[in-house]
Design a protein around this ligand. Structure first.
Ligand code: SPD
Length: 446
């Protein structure tokens, strides 16, 4: 009887637990957890998603929105599996890594009566992302591009000419010592160093930018380390997201940054009378693509895929672009029309992105690079299990690890301090002994 009572209690406890878990699941189904780059969305657009989702599905949703500013920080959280984000926004080489490591869920594009806006993504970008596909896994089934752009040099026109900024050489010029801000992104820094180290070979056409930025051989790692260490004295700081603001205040003259940050900074600076420019160096650079993916630990895949779809609505894409400065992967005619500025005196070939009718258009070349710029750039690929080696090199360059000479100095200082304290104590002891002996002598004399 007693035993039966115990079993019943246990069953009741299990039932209660199951019911409470069920409730938690139901609550979680009304939450959408997004992990995105900082400064990478129009906040009103984000808030309006709730109403749109309700209109489309009849369901209410609450958004939990968190931000990161370094790809690897986000990746570590996903790899550890401690976070149940429904949506994250990595760059291409991280998407490739996530695909390889089976960290993603396919995106369901069955939106019922809602149109599938993801079809608005430029075919050019789909093709680029397709290069990251893994056996049996097409990237475009697992990722929808969000924003894209180039890495280049943002410069203050008062101190740097466009000609100087149009080669990576300016970063190594001692004249700019302490005037340069570098994006705290090891793949951008690595690629830049390797490209610059091979300026001659690139001119001769014996190597390509794509080969260089994706070379992780021991020789390439050592070469990048050498060049980055030479560059270090010129660097005023490694910035995650504050470089654009420092540039608008004239606190730095050069900034290795991404085109979207450059667009934002150029506009903000203009308002306060600081003139900034942006160049993608002639040697070549990387062209990057950030995309929405659903991690395998996601708990609200329905809302996640609706959010991705919403981001691809041309009007939403335009509002995001206007707020953050970056360029949407959506390539619809209304976007091209909104971006044409008849006052510009540059005409670009954007047919690769918008189609043949856009072969000579007046569109901001910092946002949308001319085809000639795209041709000298390449996409960063995952370094696989050699990533660790490159990251170790990166921390040696940045000095995250304690330098051996600093360690010796610390030991020497503490050693000296120790001997000095011991010496003082010995002296004191000797003096005490002397006094004691003198007192004893005096006593005996009395
Ligand atoms: N402030 C948001 C910046 C996001 C830019 N992503 C670029 C990644 C380049 N690898």
């Amino acid at each position: 009887m007693y035993r039966l009572f115990h079993i019943l209690c246990l069953l009741a406890a299990c039932l209660l637990l199951a019911v409470s878990c069920k409730r938690t699941d139901a609550e979680r189904a009304r939450i959408l957890k997004i992990y995105n780059w900082g400064d990478y969305i129009d906040e009103e657009v984000l808030m309006e998603f709730r109403d749109w989702y309700k209109e489309q599905t009849g369901e209410s949703i609450r958004i939990i929105y968190q931000v990161f500013d370094i790809n690897e920080v986000m990746l570590t959280k996903i790899e550890r599996g401690h976070e149940d984000y429904d949506l994250v926004c990595p760059s291409e080489y991280i998407i490739e890594r996530m695909l390889k490591n089976d960290l993603l869920l396919p995106i369901d594009r069955n939106f019922g009566n809602t149109p599938d806006y993801t079809k608005n993504i430029a075919p050019y970008i789909r093709e680029e992302l397709d290069k990251l596909s893994q056996p049996g896994m097409s990237t475009n089934d697992y990722a929808v591009a969000y924003m894209w752009g180039t890495a280049g040099i943002l410069y203050n026109e008062e101190f740097v000419t466009a000609e100087e900024a149009s080669t990576w050489d300016c970063l190594w010029n001692p004249y700019y010592k302490g005037r340069i801000l570098m994006k705290d992104s090891y793949r951008d820094a690595y690629g830049t160093a390797i490209i610059y180290a091979h300026t001659k070979e690139l001119e001769e056409g014996t190597v390509t930018v794509e080969q260089l930025i994706n070379d992780n051989s021991p020789e390439a790692i050592a070469l990048a380390e050498k060049y980055l260490k030479e560059l270090k004295p010129n660097i005023a700081g490694w910035e995650a997201d504050f470089g654009k603001e420092m540039m608008t205040k004239g606190k730095a003259w050069l900034n290795l940054t991404w085109s979207g940050d450059a667009v934002w900074a150029i506009e903000e600076a203009e308002a306060v009378g600081v003139e900034l420019g942006y160049e993608v160096p002639v040697e070549g650079s990387n062209i990057w693509y950030d995309g929405w993916v659903i991690p395998k630990y996601a708990r609200n895949v329905k809302a996640a895929s609706y959010f991705i779809n919403y981001m691809c609505r041309p009007d939403i894409a335009l509002r995001n672009m206007d707020t953050i400065g970056y360029v949407s992967a959506v390539a619809s005619p209304e976007i091209l029309e909104a971006k044409i500025d008849p006052e510009l005196d540059t005409w670009s070939d954007l047919s690769y992105f918008f189609g043949p009718e856009a072969d000579s258009v007046q569109v901001d070349p910092v946002q949308y690079p001319d085809y000639s710029v795209v041709k000298r750039c390449a996409m960063i690929r995952d370094f696989g299990d050699r990533t660790e080696l490159v990251l170790e090199m990166w921390s040696r360059v940045k000095g995250d690890n304690l330098n051996i000479s600093i360690l010796i100095l610390i030991f020497a200082v503490f050693g000296l301090l120790f001997f000095w304290i011991v010496y003082q104590r010995v002296q004191k002891y000797k003096q005490k002994q002397k006094h004691r002996r003198r007192r004893k002598k005096l006593k005996r004399g009395l």
